[in-house]
Design a protein around this ligand. Structure first.
Ligand SMILES: Cc1cc2nc3c(=O)[nH]c(=O)nc-3n(C[C@H](O)[C@H](O)[C@H](O)COP(=O)(O)OP(=O)(O)OC[C@H]3O[C@@H](n4cnc5c(N)ncnc54)[C@H](O)[C@@H]3O)c2cc1C
Length: 440
């Protein structure tokens, strides 16, 4: 296949998006070609994995569809992009081509009773705010609270709200307007399983242009900050706190060492393990009794709309990011889950030198991020195998291949993207699992 003529593509895109809606400027191309992959020392060594030839900035779903239609006519690879906060290189345009940056398609279109429809690039915070104005809240949002709804659905999994609602492939999505290379620049409206098939596969089967997701009645959340003399104390109550009803929006805890790397706060006393909870007022007394009964201390209970967000941004990957910031070049991490994170914590910590766990109550079992001192890719993969022996579920964040319903996505993409134009390099059917790197 001959290389696309990017000058001609540029001219065609300008007709639809205007001169400010397209860029071939090197700074813009570089900016559009990075994500949070530097969190992985294994991927960091391989960067840059690719650089965009051209970047388009559509402002709504119809423009997203037209951009895809034009790029397909030119035979250009298309890598969709939200805020670029994904941390495995999923948003890097490996063969170059067009980066379709959705971040200007940011309108919240309609807040209904129990659902919200927004453009793909709408920030999660803006959607939560719009929902709040109608007495509702999102079922869930990721700890990267300014990331986009399209990026969260295509690249994320869960976060604040996961205790009650699981991951973002468990009923969160009501409908999607998607565009594919075979839809001829048109949006296709999908619901139910047909929409679900486009969740969490990095835009490799189709581009999410306008999602509709679930809301629930607003709760007056409290931000509860507790501390324990050691991590064992925090761990001892995590599952019980997660089982309180109404369900907490988040329960998360850190080792004493990770706690010391979090942004300074009087609620993080020196030398103690922090446990934080986004709790409905109805369970604050019960949570306090559980925490104090296990030798913990309540440091603060905060109110107001910011109470939930302030704790969300200290969840999921963020404590590891703070650890990496305070000791650059030392730590890597893997994403982990299972009761063994609590029941076999000493063995889990021993898998990697300097092992440190950030843990959260999950929908069914605890989830977390295990950090360790980085030695080599092989040591990382051997550790993943060892974690498996301990009964720990692992997601490997040091590779960029689709690893969720891979074969279903491969089959779908065969019909929706027969020439492999969407996010090339991320959908290799021979991906060998979490104890290996991606196949390039
Ligand atoms: C510190 C840190 C904390 C994080 N916390 C969480 C968390 O709590 N929960 C969680 O699930 N994730 C988390 N993540 C991962 C990531 O930040 C989130 O999944 C985020 O929601 C991704 O949104 P984005 O707009 O940045 O997407 P991007 O990073 O821009 O894109 C993510 C993937 O989706 C594709 N994509 C983007 N937009 C579209 C679209 N419209 N249609 C199709 N494909 C598209 C991209 O090509 C890429 O493959 C975290 C990452 C970091 C670094």
């Amino acid at each position: 296949m001959t290389a696309p003529d990017y000058s001609a593509l540029d001219a065609d895109l300008r007709e639809v998006l205007g001169p400010r809606g397209v860029s071939r400027d090197m700074r813009q191309r570089e900016k559009a070609s990075v994500d949070g992959a530097r969190m992985s020392p294994i991927i960091a060594e391989l960067l840059p994995l690719g650089i965009a030839d051209i970047v388009a900035f559509p402002t709504n779903a119809e423009e997203i569809a037209r951009v895809v239609g034009i790029a397909v006519r030119h035979g250009a690879p298309i890598t969709p992009r939200g805020k670029g906060t994904g941390n495995y290189g999923q948003a890097i345009p490996m063969p170059g081509g067009l980066v379709l940056d959705t971040s200007r398609a940011r309108a919240v279109i309609e807040v209904g009773d129990g659902t919200v429809t927004a453009e793909a690039g709408a920030p999660m915070t803006a959607i939560e705010q719009a929902a709040r104005a109608t007495g509702q809240q999102l079922w869930m949002y990721p700890s990267t609270v300014h990331s986009t709804l399209g990026g969260f659905l295509a690249g994320g999994s869960g976060g604040t709200g996961t205790i009650a609602h699981g991951s973002n492939d468990m009923g969160f999505v009501v409908a999607l307007d998607v565009v594919t290379p075979v839809s001829d620049g048109e949006l296709v409206h999908l619901e139910g399983d047909a929409a679900q098939a486009f969740v969490h596969n990095y835009g490799t089967a189709g581009i999410i242009a306008r999602p509709t997701v679930r809301l629930e009645p607003l709760q007056d959340w409290r931000g509860l900050y507790a501390s324990f003399p050691d991590f064992a104390g925090s761990q001892s109550v995590l599952r019980e706190l997660g089982r309180l009803r109404p369900a907490p929006r988040l329960v998360s805890a850190d080792t004493v060492h990770i706690t010391a790397q979090l942004p300074p706060d009087p609620a993080f006393p020196e030398g103690r393990s922090s446990l934080r909870m986004i709790a409905d007022p109805a369970i604050v007394a019960a949570a306090t009794a559980i925490i104090e009964g296990a030798g913990g201390r309540i440091e603060d209970v905060r109110e107001g709309p910011q109470a939930s967000l302030a704790l969300s941004v200290l969840s999921y990957n963020h404590p590891i990011e703070w650890l990496q910031k305070s000791e650059p070049g030392v730590y890597f991490h893997v994403e982990v889950s299972g009761d063994a994170l609590i029941d076999r914590i000493d063995e889990v910590h021993a898998v990697y030198p300097g092992g440190q766990l950030h843990i959260e109550a999950g929908h069914t079992v605890p989830i977390g991020m295990l950090a360790g001192i980085y030695e080599s890719p092989d040591a990382v993969y051997q550790g993943i195998a060892r974690l498996g022996e301990l009964g720990v579920g692992v997601h490997n964040p040091h590779q960029w291949n689709v690893d969720f319903r891979l074969h279903e996505t491969v089959a779908l993409a065969r019909t929706t993207d027969p020439h492999g134009l969407l996010n090339p390099g991320k959908l290799n059917p021979d991906y060998a699992g979490p104890t290996k790197g991606a196949i390039r």
